[in-house]
Write a protein of this length. Structure first.
Length: 208
């Protein structure tokens, strides 16, 4: 395999353990709204789903009117929690991995379906926004984001690192290497979706 020169990263569940902040935020508001208690596992399962659909996935029986009240409250509290967590919102070894990749001359990008406020707020709180040449977010279709980033470049020099089906799908759509974040939210049953699965972030350095 050609050594990688360009790497596209998903964010939530790949670089950042955002579910911790989401859980904290939801617990602050659920007692004020008529919603059932939620678990960390349910939140992690919904990560990567954009907008109101994220809350519909977690609360399929809760009326839309209630979810419309829940969403802005949780989003604001989540961002506040992330700002307080700073780099601890990231998975272990992520900063060290990004630093080593930059030193190796790798160009890095973000492709996330999360909102611009959430994505940029997380990257800034963790102080890692400077590692990325381009930050693409706030779009429902990751496959089109990745196609736009890769363009007409040699796909053999590119990889997409993520933790969900839509990350592997986006990689396939541009004929680039699909790398699974086994240290993140990637479920064991989804390992076959990816060409390579990393147990730790630093394992990515073996491909550059």
């Amino acid at each position: 395999m050609t050594k990688l020169k360009q790497i596209i990263f998903d964010m939530d569940g790949t670089l950042s353990d955002t579910a911790k902040a989401t859980y904290t935020a939801i617990k602050q508001v659920e007692k004020h709204l008529d919603i059932p208690p939620i678990t960390d596992a349910i939140i992690r399962d919904a990560m990567g789903i954009a907008g109101l659909d994220f809350y519909r996935h977690m609360y399929p029986t809760v009326p839309l009117e209630t979810l419309l009240k829940l969403e802005p409250q949780v989003d604001a509290l989540e961002l506040s929690a992330i700002q307080n967590m700073k780099q601890s919102v990231l998975f272990p070894e992520v900063v060290e991995m990004l630093t080593a990749l930059k030193q190796a001359g790798i160009t890095m990008y973000i492709a996330s379906t999360g909102s611009k406020i959430h994505v940029h707020g997380t990257l800034e709180a963790a102080e890692i926004q400077g590692f990325f040449t381009e930050i693409h977010c706030g779009e429902p279709a990751k496959i089109s984001m990745v196609q736009r980033i890769v363009g007409d470049a040699d796909p053999r020099e590119w990889a997409m690192v993520g933790d969900m089906f839509k990350d592997s799908e986006a990689a396939r759509g541009s004929n680039i290497l699909a790398i699974g974040a086994g240290f993140g939210y990637l479920a064991d049953e989804d390992y076959p979706l990816f060409d390579v699965v990393l147990k730790t972030p630093r394992e990515l350095l073996n491909y550059v």
